[in-house]
Design a protein around this ligand. Sequence first.
Ligand SMILES: [Fe+2]
Ligand SMILES: [Fe+2]
Length: 298
Amino acid sequence: MTRALDGREKTADRLLKSSANKFYDPEVDIDWSAPLPDGSLYQLEHRCSLYGTHLWDRLTPEQRIELGKHELASIASNGIFFEVLLMQLLLKEVYNSDPTTRHVQYALTEIADECRHSTMFARFVERTGAEAYGPVPIVHRLGKLLPFIGYGPALYGSILVAEEVLDRLQRETMADERVQPLVRMVNRIHVLEEARHVTFAREEVTRGMAKLSKTELYYQRWLIAAVSFGTVRSLINPRVYKAVGLRPREAWETALANPHFQETIRWAGERIMGFLQESGLVGAPGMSLWHKSFLLAK
Ligand SMILES: [Fe+2]
Ligand SMILES: [Fe+2]
């Protein structure tokens, strides 16, 4: 007997079909032995955390490319950190739900996507020869709590912040010939596959918000602000600056005070923040964290 599909099941069904039609295997679809041409960028210069500062002015063109490489290695290895957390959260959902639903089957498919992405990011960092910086130790420790304290629309909303911020940064480089072909290919694969995840999570936010009590709403607003703050602050691990002979603490403080860097974060989060504001997830008691994160201008 075929069951009539409700809205949630319909979306999952459509996403399952789309996943079957279009997915990449980075092992096969990327030529990992292709050379990394000298002089090609890893990150667009105006997206580097120090762009426009007095420290940036002191760097040679080669050092600027080198810093871009290390910043991207930091972002990619943090991408693995976020995806590993997301996989745990999705597995929790699978553990607690009926596997004969399309919803759970799509959750399993998304885990498979993220598994391939994390392998791809790991391989990318390995290929560049930079370190897999990941988050700073305190964020790494706090991340372990998330599968226990996180639930509901804030959880899916936080996932969206990580996915959509990365998405906007990656999209910008995809068609830019100044950027390394390997970086563009990795980004293209990620952007294409993430579009489905964004649809899935956005609908979960909307459905989850409709069910919240007033007390839960406060907790959810705090949770998403705290996780999103941790997420965007983690993208650049201050140790990257050592690669170009800068002192991590001084360079990181300079980056945090850099209006270009603040604007990059705001711009990268612009689309998802619009959605979260409309959904009602942005509000007290999370506002100071949103402003501190630079996702919302003061
Ligand atoms: Fe991903
Ligand atoms: Fe994703």
